[in-house]
Design a protein around this ligand. Structure first.
Ligand SMILES: CC(C)(COP(=O)(O)OP(=O)(O)OC[C@H]1O[C@@H](n2cnc3c(N)ncnc32)[C@H](O)[C@@H]1OP(=O)(O)O)[C@@H](O)C(=O)NCCC(=O)NCCS
Length: 231
């Protein structure tokens, strides 16, 4: 499903092997900027890149540091702390989770700089989804012996948006889940783009349709539960 925007994608998470070359589709649109992207998994080695990337955006979404979905109660900033201390607390917590292997995510690099992020993880790692009102009200069929994975956050550097980086991160996250044994993958995309960039942290419906996800249920007025099974 490549749209010809990328000259090459490489992945250096485990084997540093070259990923498949993108195919090019005939298009009448002008050729967008061609960038070279590299994919890495977030871990202790890549933490400094993630830290620099998120620090550039003040921890992202008001200092979350992508910790929100790790908590059943969905805490953004810890109560009782000064704002700057609460943001520093989230950064430290994220680092601890990464060090302990309890936080997963894909980093997309260009020119040696991390510019794209997709958080994924097994359901136990991202329990906030279970306690969300719209999700917990659903009558879901259950995992039926398969592992359940979640895709909870996308973030792209403000200087690299609208170039397909989020789509690159999504493809890489699915590759990574597949390499880790696969299972059912859940996504919760926004059904409207009207809220603009900040409202699209779950991604768009079309992003997941392009990767073969199917809609399962409405999640309130603004989101869908979409799923795909990876063997
Ligand atoms: C939403 C976001 C991830 C999109 O990344 P991107 O690399 O620019 O997106 P892509 O070029 O791959 O496009 C993906 C889709 O987003 C849409 N999109 C991107 N920017 C948009 C904008 N400003 N307004 C509306 N739609 C937008 C594209 O039209 C495309 O839609 P489609 O799937 O229906 O074709 C990026 O704008 C971002 O990081 N926003 C902030 C999100 C955030 O706060 N995340 C924090 C979670 S830790």
């Amino acid at each position: 499903m490549w749209d010809g925007r990328f000259s090459e994608i490489t992945k250096s998470r485990r084997s540093s092997k070259q990923r498949g070359n993108p195919t090019t589709k005939t298009t009448t649109k002008p050729e967008p900027e061609r960038l070279h992207y590299t994919i890495k998994e977030l871990d202790s080695k890549t933490w400094p890149d993630f830290e620099k990337f998120f620090a550039k955006h003040n921890g992202v979404q008001g200092g979350c540091w992508c910790t929100f979905y790790h908590h059943p109660e969905g805490r953004l900033l810890k109560e009782g702390l000064e704002r700057k201390d609460a943001i520093a607390f989230n950064r430290k917590e994220k680092k601890t989770l990464v060090t302990k292997g309890r936080s997963h995510g894909i980093l997309v690099y260009t020119g040696g700089q991390a510019v794209g992020w997709c958080q994924y993880g097994p359901k136990e790692e991202l329990p906030r989804i279970d306690s969300g009102r719209n999700y917990s009200n659903l009558d879901l069929p259950g995992e039926r012996g398969r592992k359940l994975w979640r895709l909870t956050c996308f973030f792209v550097d403000r200087d690299f948006r609208k170039k397909g980086v989020a789509g690159v991160a999504l493809k890489a996250a699915l590759d990574s889940i597949r390499e880790q044994g696969g299972g059912i993958v859940e996504a919760y995309p926004s059904t409207s783009k009207d809220g603009g960039t900040w409202s699209l942290w779950f991604g768009t419906v079309a992003m997941f349709e392009r990767e073969g996800f199917k809609a399962q249920a409405k999640l309130g007025e603004k989101h869908l539960l979409m799923c795909k099974t990876l063997a």
